[in-house]
Design a binder for this molecule. Structure first.
Ligand code: HEM
Length: 486
């Protein structure tokens, strides 16, 4: 990529370097002031991103204190960060607060260490391995749907949380939702509840030792969480050491998997976890909490939004019902779906895809540059933060005409081929693309088919609907639905 600047940064004084950078137009005001004045109560990052995209288009720059912030709203620029120039970016500070919960798990770790962990974890997420989970997903969804009564009213977002928690417990730990799992869930929710508080505290991670009430609650919750997870890891280790058969759960696979590449080349000693090629208990703890968190709330939210959108779009709902009936039958003559049905549940998959376009569970991402970055015609210094939002890009009329309309036909193979890769990226992209993506598609489609085979879920009129952009994009209010037998 060419640049208007010829000299290399190493040859320059810091003062001169400043001249070498070219920034796109953006907010002139001090952002905290701007943010407070315009969006305070409650601070709404989506409103800020929408404002930036509307006002400045595909790229904009502003300062937050001494930090350079760039907000991108363009699929090609996002590809530059996640793929083409990925080697010049880390997650580091954009994830620092997550680290105090997730440690050095797959989401938060960096560089060679991350690559090694990803290599070790990959077999556990391989399509063939996760195929066995399909049956668990369907069985759990069937048990839930069979417990409902016609006319019953319930909060679909809470129901989807319960269901995906059960599925994670069974697939990740080979256990039912026991007290242990309930405790993990409870402590994680306490921590999530404190997340906004932690975000508001600059550098919260550096004074965790101080007796600040919110931080003390956080630490207590984390201690309890760790105790439960460590006990589970010890149980799993004891079970496999006593010759117990492979239960096929993720934790067993992660505990047993080895970094074979490192074993061959003998390069496995350069990280904190182990001089061997297996994961240490500490590292397993970080991976387990990471996968637990990444794998449960995201899918639950995606499903809750899907039921809402279906209830508002009877035509799409009818087409999905017809497909499900055609593939697996309905009523007394129907059978439960299996993984093998997935290729024929195409429209159901498109419904799930379109739902994640409008309500992407991971609604924004960030990276920090480790060296000067060129995005023609601009040039940014090292340590610039780059942010982009699935929520904003996926609602851009440039790629999705009439963007607020729910239209699953946007995801036919022909339609998909007309768009740039990063017009739609609910699972991120590049080397750090979601490792659980296949798991999530399977879970989404099989749960939709199992429940919709029996029920139509009707949105109770008069309720407020809104988004709550936490770590995932949660519904802001309960979503009451009435179950109607089909
Ligand atoms: C609809 C459901 C899901 C969505 C929308 C989603 C979204 C994402 C996104 C956007 C990323 C990339 C973040 C970044 O690069 O900054 C990611 C990473 C990740 N996801 Fe998911 N995810 C989902 C389900 C799952 C499931 C079911 C699991 C595990 C069972 C999982 C485990 C992970 C892990 C471990 C990473 C980190 C990967 C790495 O950096 O190597 N996710 N996810």
């Amino acid at each position: 990529m060419s640049t208007t600047v010829q000299s290399t940064p190493q040859q320059q004084t810091p003062l001169k370097q400043q001249d070498e950078y070219r920034f796109p137009p953006g907010l002139k005001l001090n952002l905290p002031f701007y943010f407070l004045r315009k969006f305070f109560k409650p601070a709404d990052p989506i409103a800020l991103f929408e404002h930036l995209a509307r006002t400045y288009g595909r790229i904009t720059h502003y300062m937050l204190g001494t930090s350079h912030i760039v907000f991108l709203n363009d699929p090609e620029l996002i590809r530059e960060i996640l793929v083409n120039q990925a080697g010049s970016f880390i997650k580091e500070r954009t994830q620092r607060r997550m680290k105090i919960l997730l440690g050095e798990g797959l989401i938060t770790s960096e560089g060679d260490f991350h690559m090694r962990q990803r290599r070790i974890a990959a077999p556990a997420f391989h399509r063939q391995r996760i195929a066995a989970y399909g049956e668990i997903m369907v069985r759990r969804a069937a048990a839930m749907r069979d417990s409902w009564q016609p006319g019953q009213r319930f909060d679909v977002s809470a129901a989807m949380m319960t269901l995906s928690l059960e599925i994670v417990a069974r697939t990740l730990f080979a256990t039912e939702v026991t007290d242990d799992i309930r405790e993990i869930n409870h402590e994680v929710n306490v921590i999530m509840g404190l997340y906004n508080f932690l975000v508001a505290l600059p550098r919260a991670e550096s004074y965790l030792h101080l007796p600040i009430p919110g931080l003390m609650r956080f630490k207590k919750a984390r201690r309890k969480l760790d105790a439960v997870v460590h006990r589970m890891i010890a149980d799993h280790r004891a079970y496999s050491e006593s010759g117990g058969e492979d239960r096929g759960d993720l934790l067993s696979m992660l505990a047993a998997s080895r970094d074979e590449e490192a074993e061959v080349t003998g390069q496995n000693d350069a990280n904190k976890s182990s001089a061997q090629s297996q994961m240490s208990d500490e590292q397993l703890r970080d991976e387990v909490i990471t996968i637990f968190l990444a794998g449960y709330e995201t899918t639950a939210n995606a499903l809750a939004w899907t039921w809402y959108l279906l209830s508002q779009n009877p035509e799409a709902e009818a087409r999905m019902f017809a497909e499900i009936e055609y593939v697996i039958g309905s009523g007394a003559t129907g059978r439960l779906p299996t993984l093998e049905d997935m290729p024929r549940l195409r429209y159901t998959e498109q419904v799930f895809a379109e739902s994640m376009r409008l309500y992407p569970p991971a609604w924004a991402m960030g990276r920090q540059s480790t060296s000067p970055i060129e995005l023609e015609p601009y040039r940014f210094p090292a340590e610039t933060y780059f942010f982009f939002s699935q929520y904003i890009v996926q609602r851009d009329a440039a790629n999705f005409p009439d963007p607020l309309r729910f239209d699953p036909d946007r995801f036919t193979p022909e339609q998909k081929a007309t768009r740039p890769r990063f017009a739609y990226f609910p699972f991120g992209g590049g080397g750090r693309q979601c490792i659980g993506e296949a798991f999530a598609w399977m879970e989404g489609v099989l749960i939709l088919a199992t429940i919709a085979q029996k029920w139509r879920l009707n949105f109770v009129p008069g309720q407020r609907v809104g988004v709550q952009p936490k770590i995932t994009l949660r519904p802001k209010y309960p979503m009451l639905m009435t179950a109607e037998l089909r």
